[in-house]
Design a binder for this molecule. Structure first.
Ligand code: ZN
Length: 91
C-alpha cells in the first residue's frame, strides 16, 4: 500500500500519488507533477498506403496489421470508396 506523498497518512488512491483529501485540494495537487502520461499514446503514421477497398476483407486485414504495429489505422493515400479513378491508377 502506497501512502500519500503529501500527508503520508492516507492511502494514495488518486493520481500524482495523492490521497483523496490532498488531491481534492487544488493548491496541494499543483505541487505534484503527474507521474504517468495522460491520455492515449499517439500512434505512429501508417508506413504504406493500401489499394484494398474500404470494407473489404483485405482492408480489414491491413487495419489489423497496422493496429498490431501501433500505427495509425488510416493512411492519407489509402484507396477511397469505389477505388481509384482510372487516371490515378495509370500514374
Ligand atoms: Zn494526503
Amino acid at each position: 500500500m502506497e501512502l500519500c506523498c503529501h500527508c503520508g497518512h492516507r492511502r494514495a488512491t488518486r493520481p500524482r500519488q495523492l490521497c483523496w483529501r490532498c488531491y481534492g485540494t487544488r493548491r496541494v495537487r499543483m505541487l505534484y507533477a503527474l507521474t504517468k502520461p495522460r491520455g492515449r499514446r499517439r500512434a505512429r503514421p501508417a508506413t504504406h498506403p493500401t489499394d484494398a477497398l474500404p470494407g473489404s476483407l483485405e482492408k480489414i486485414l491491413v487495419l489489423m496489421r497496422r493496429a498490431e504495429l501501433r500505427q495509425d489505422l488510416w493512411h492519407p493515400d489509402d484507396a477511397p470508396f469505389g477505388g481509384r479513378p482510372p487516371l490515378e491508377q495509370a500514374g
